[in-house]
Ligand binder design. Sequence first.
Ligand code: AMP
Length: 202
Amino acid sequence: MVDFPRCRVSTWEDVDRWADRVGEQVLAAGRRPDTIVGLTRGGWVPARLLADRLGVKRVYSLRAQHWGVTATPSGKAEVTEGPSGPVEGQQVLVVDDITDTGESLELALARVREGRPARAETAAFLHISHSKFRPDYFGEEIPKESWVWVVFPWNYWEDLASLAERARGVDPDRVRAVLRERCGWDVPPEDLDELARWNARR
Ligand code: AMP
């Protein structure tokens, strides 16, 4: 577990750029799929954006579990559900947000292949160069020496909640400063206020 991972907070503009890039790569390769399988949970938004870019109507879900809470792998990756529909004879694109160890996407691809698709390829918005699995398409490569925890817009409050909790354990009066110093995450003060309301509602 990395208690205080270096963080890179990504924006919806980044997300749009990665979706454009991956969509263009798939089209340039002449490999428009007829089915997209999105890994839960990180691959759902990328899968939906790629379905829009590529004009794909059939989007399935596949549940992979690996990293339990922020920057903490929960042991071995496993596929626990899915894909949610039949893939036999289809041209499938399996999508996730990031390949870090690459185990989730690798296992997901193996699971999809069991359904005898005509073709199965993989895409991730981000790919860390130490990943043992290299997706066919990715929007950006992060060199392994520059490993970061990417805070995606769809995981913002969850990541902030778990890291702020750890920071509180270091110094409850300096949560914002601890996040800035240890994670490089300059959290807007109003977001910490919102987090307190978010926590109270849970
Ligand atoms: P992995 O099986 O290690 O390739 O990663 C599985 C999932 O964990 C990814 O789809 C992400 O949702 C999450 N994850 C792993 N590493 C990172 C990271 N460096 N930044 C953000 N999310 C990550």
